[in-house]
Write a protein that binds this ligand. Structure first.
Ligand code: UD1
Ligand code: UDP
Length: 359
């Protein structure tokens, strides 16, 4: 039996190809949702749009401090794993849900498969970097998306036979849903946008939006982009960021702030944008796959493949640098190679898991 643990927006999206494959093969598996994300537009919408089965277990842990949230997830996961005794537990990415799920499983001697293993920003200020390193070192199967990720794992002493290069399940998710999105939604029309004549933005990293100077720099930079290009800047605001913008109490001029979109809507917006500005991990990958230039409002990235192929530029969080980066990236011609695989990661991962047996 396979236990799939997830809890946040990107985990639901990137785990969806794995869940679909378990369904297709009629495997014995269950979904355990930590409840780290719980607002409709951060959680339920993805189950509905991606047609995923409801989780068998929902821990409903909600938001909290890092330790508080991690502890609640661990206690809840422990109860479920003791009841179900799966052969293997799968986690995806670098959230608190991932680290808590992996640590609990490993203490119960349940095998752990880490999807998207080996990513490193080499910046321990990011909570995600700590989650990634810890999860990789207690996992039994490391599903590395790229050669760079594999090398990072080997450099930390992780044994080669534990590593399986699969590509990133985000490619599967994009390929599986792009056509569906074209058929089911017309978000450009709904928002009165023309293809390639708008910018799309996301920002939610703790080290960016919980830092007043950085958040102000980002908002000022976005206003600068809107003024210079005289094009709409569509910014679906993550709940963490919404809270911080309200606390900051400053007006945001000229930006088209909205609630977060469902994946089908967001994918369509990404694929038609002139350029995307973001601090998200998944969005750096998706723009690279879709052939859309990306300006990443950070100082480092655990997605160096996007810089190497020329789809992405690091622009930091100062308004002047953001504007300069956007000026440069809007002149790029797409046509770079997608470094994240050919969209069969989900199948490969499930093949390995289906053969896993309890220790
Ligand atoms: C988390 C992950 C981050 C991931 C992101 C995806 C960690 C440490 N962080 O960050 O790696 O990139 O999810 O989006 O695991 N909130 C709501 N509704 C929700 C969820 C959150 O209103 O459904 C608000 C709450 O005020 C909460 C805040 O957002 O305190 C932050 O949520 P949290 O899950 O702690 O971190 P994220 O910033 O979402
Ligand atoms: N996304 C979405 N709606 C939005 C913004 C993002 O569906 O309004 C999707 C996006 O396509 C990507 C994922 O959310 O697949 C990225 O999640 P997020 O940026 O929250 O987390 P990260 O990837 O940084 O961990």
């Amino acid at each position: 039996m396979i236990g799939i643990i997830l809890g946040t927006r990107p985990e639901i999206i990137k785990m969806s190809p794995v869940i679909r494959e378990c369904e297709r093969r009629n495997l014995d598996y269950f979904i355990l949702h930590s409840g780290q994300h719980y607002s409709y537009e951060m959680d339920r919408v993805f189950f509905e749009e991606l047609d995923l089965p409801d989780p068998e277990y929902s821990l409903d842990v909600g938001s909290g401090t890092h330790a508080g949230q991690t502890a609640k997830i661990m206690t809840g996961v422990e109860d479920v794993l003791m009841k179900e005794s799966p052969d293997i537990v799968l986690v995806q990415g670098d959230t608190n849900t991932v680290m808590a799920g992996a640590l609990t499983a490993s203490k119960l001697h349940v095998q752990v498969g880490h999807i998207e293993a080996g990513l490193r920003s080499f910046n321990r200020w990011m909570p995600e970097e700590i989650n990634r390193v810890l999860t990789d070192h207690i996992s039994d199967h490391l599903f590395a998306p790229t050669e760079t990720a594999r090398k990072n794992l080997l450099a930390e002493g992780i044994e080669d036979p534990k590593i399986c290069m699969t590509g990133n399940t985000v490619v599967d998710a994009v390929y599986q849903n792009l056509d569906i999105s074209k058929r089911k939604v017309n978000v450009l029309k709904d928002l009165d946008l023309e293809p390639r004549e708008y910018f799309l933005v996301t920002a939610h990293r703790q080290e960016n939006v919980d830092n007043r100077a950085r958040l102000k720099g980002i908002l000022k930079g976005l206003e600068g982009v809107q003024k210079e290009f005289a094009l709409p800047v569509v910014f679906p605001v993550h709940p963490r960021t919404e809270k911080r913008i309200q606390e900051l109490g400053i007006g945001v001029d000229g930006l088209n702030l909205t609630k977060p979109f469902g994946f089908l809507e967001f994918l369509q917006l990404e694929s038609q944008a002139k350029l995307v500005l973001t601090d998200s991990g998944g969005v750096q990958e998706e723009t690279c796959i879709l052939g859309v230039p990306c300006a990443t409002m950070r100082y480092d990235t655990e997605r160096p493949e996007t810089l190497a192929v020329g789809s992405n530029i690091l622009v930091g969080t100062e308004s002047r640098r953001i504007l300069e980066g956007v000026r440069s990236a809007t002149t790029w011609k797409s046509g770079w190679k997608n470094p994240y695989g050919d969209g069969i990661a989900g199948k490969m991962i499930v093949m390995v898991c289906a053969a896993a047996r309890s220790r």
